[in-house]
Write a protein that binds this ligand. Structure first.
Ligand code: DAH
Length: 352
């Protein structure tokens, strides 16, 4: 046996020790064990080779090799224990404390306008109406002409219009606009359907208008239309009366008064009796002491409107109505400024 065999043994021990100390996880540790102490590992190999060592040195060499093996085994176990402890404490610091209160989830909610639109449409749906929607960018033809409001007619002054400068007619007038009301859907629905018709139309409208507490340049309307043979003013009154009672309470009274809209004849506005003061408080913020609150316009569909879509007014008749859900939400919830609906103030929106 040469001294170099001992030197090799020491070098092997040093390398094994260095690599063991460098193992940072369970997988590296196991790889190390296999490489040195495993069945065909390097230390095992040395011990197996003892038989080849000259007899006179066998004991000394064997003892030295065995000592190194035992020392490495102990060091391995210590290293293993160290790593396990480290892994455990990492686990402990990552642990979730399930007794802590959760992070609050910010719940979304429906906009007050949406709530009221759904309520309105729900009531009409339960009476057999269909809900349909139409375009916000509309042709003059549907917004005005089909509704018995000719070009250049002064009746148009009632709807301050935002025109879209995309198309012009031969006389240079704009033909596209942002719809000023939802009534154009009357014409669109009749054009593509035959009576009986029962629809409500929720949707946005736009007016060229300065804003204040009761005026917005954008707002919603729910339009309604019924057309069939023999539809009468009594049907209009009954339907809208029933609607008002369902929306504002079973003891509501309603009042119809004459009003003018070019697309109906006769035209009316409908009011409900004041649910706040019943007309007893002269300073009431809702009815201002009058006892009545106006909630929509309505009327019997004008024969010209029926004719414009190819219907025969001698055979069919109908009624139409239109209301503003923001106004109804203001009444229901006591909101005093219509601009709040478009201000996106979370403190306002959270209340609904
Ligand atoms: N379109 C009307 C407006 O914006 C509201 C209206 C009134 C609609 C009477 C109707 C109606 O259908 O019959 O002022």
């Amino acid at each position: 046996m040469t001294t170099s065999a001992f030197a090799d043994l020491n070098a092997l021990r040093d390398a094994a020790t260095r690599e063991l100390d460098a193992a940072v996880d369970a997988a590296a540790l196991e790889a190390w064990r296999v490489a040195y102490l495993g069945r065909s590992g390097k230390i095992t190999g040395v011990l197996r080779g003892i038989a080849a060592v000259p007899a006179d040195q066998r004991r000394v060499f064997g003892a030295a090799a065995n000592e190194i093996k035992v020392a490495l085994e102990q060091r391995f176990e210590a290293r293993q224990a160290d790593l396990e402890r480290g892994a455990l404490s990492a686990l402990a610091s990552d642990a979730i404390d399930i007794t802590l209160p959760g992070r609050p989830v910010d719940m979304g909610r429906l906009h007050p306008t949406t709530i009221v639109i759904r309520e309105i449409c729900g009531i009409f749906q339960s009476m057999g109406f269909q809900v349909v929607e139409g375009p916000e960018v509309e042709w003059d033809k549907y917004n005005f002409e089909a509704l018995n409001i000719p070009k250049d007619h002064p009746a148009r002054d009632k709807w301050d219009t935002i025109w879209v400068d995309a198309n012009k007619d031969v006389e240079g007038r704009f033909t596209t606009l942002l719809r000023t009301h939802n009534s154009p859907m009357q014409a669109r629905v009749m054009e593509t359907n035959q009576p009986p018709i029962r629809v409500v139309v929720p949707g946005k409208c736009f007016r060229y208008e300065a804003t204040d507490a009761t005026h917005e340049s954008q707002f919603f309307q729910v339009e309604g239309l019924v057309v069939d043979e023999g539809v009468s003013f009594a049907n209009l009154k009954h339907t809208l009366y029933e609607f008002a009672r369902r929306l504002f309470g079973g003891d509501r009274k309603v009042r119809f008064r004459c009003d003018f809209f070019p697309f109906v004849e006769p035209g009316v506005d409908m009011s409900i009796d004041c649910f706040k003061c019943g007309g007893r408080d002269p300073a009431c913020r809702i009815c201002r002491g009058s006892g009545w609150i106006e909630i929509m316009g309505a009327g019997m569909v004008h024969p010209n409107v029926l004719r414009n879509v190819g219907y025969d007014p001698a055979r069919v008749s109908g009624f139409a109505f239109g209301m503003g859900p923001e106004r109804i939400a203001m009444l229901k919830y006591g909101i005093d400024d219509i601009r709040l609906f478009y201000a996106n103030d979370i403190r306002f929106l959270r209340q609904f």
